[in-house]
Ligand binder design. Structure first.
Ligand SMILES: CC(C)(COP(=O)(O)OP(=O)(O)OC[C@H]1O[C@@H](n2cnc3c(N)ncnc32)[C@H](O)[C@@H]1OP(=O)(O)O)[C@@H](O)C(=O)NCCC(=O)NCCS
Length: 152
């Protein structure tokens, strides 16, 4: 599927915030921010150290990437493909565009994936990313109690 791309501007924040909310649901992240809060956070990020790229197919926005450049690496913070365009190579083509045309070629590229996000892990491995770090945790007792009550 041929993709075009453009750099996002602050005016894209409502679109990106909606996608961010869907991304949080899809990867079953614990983030509980509301849509307005996500939009405010995105505007701040785009005005600061983050950049975003929006990928389009026949002028329709189908995916986005939000990333930050550091001296030695590019940290990809968010990456999302619209559900109705998944498994047709959009994600793979978007990553290729980032690597070939957007990101500096001489920097390490990193992404963090929740261990429960099996599709995400399979996707990154299929695109050449290798396992590097694993975050481990113990929840505080108060959270354990809350989780038990909610049956989560
Ligand atoms: C993960 C995600 C970006 C993949 O995008 P996509 O456009 O569907 O991926 P592609 O079609 O380019 O897939 C490329 C390869 O990745 C792997 N892959 C992608 N989705 C997969 C899935 N659900 N299960 C297993 N492997 C998968 C396959 O090897 C696939 O190649 P194939 O289709 O020839 O088998 C998309 O599912 C998504 O946006 N998910 C929700 C957000 C998310 O989890 N983002 C990553 C956060 S770290």
């Amino acid at each position: 599927m041929p993709l075009d791309y453009r750099r996002a501007t602050p005016d894209d924040s409502p679109l990106l915030a909606g996608w961010n909310q869907q991304l949080i649901r899809d990867e079953r992240h614990r983030n509980t921010m509301s849509l307005p809060e996500l939009e405010t956070r995105l505007r701040g990020w785009l005005a600061g150290e983050y950049h975003a790229v929006i990928f389009t197919h026949l002028s329709e926005p189908v995916a986005y990437a939000l990333y930050r450049e550091e001296p030695a690496l590019v940290y990809l913070r968010q990456f999302f493909v619209q559900p109705d365009h998944r498994r047709s190579g959009v994600g793979r083509d978007a990553i290729r565009i980032l690597q070939d045309l957007v990101w500096p070629r001489d920097k390490r590229r990193t992404v963090e994936v929740l261990t429960g996000n099996e599709a995400g892990i399979a996707f990154w491995r299929a695109n050449g990313y290798q396992d590097y770090a694993l975050t481990m945790e113990v929840m505080p007792p108060v959270e354990k109690v809350k989780m038990k009550v909610k049956g989560v």
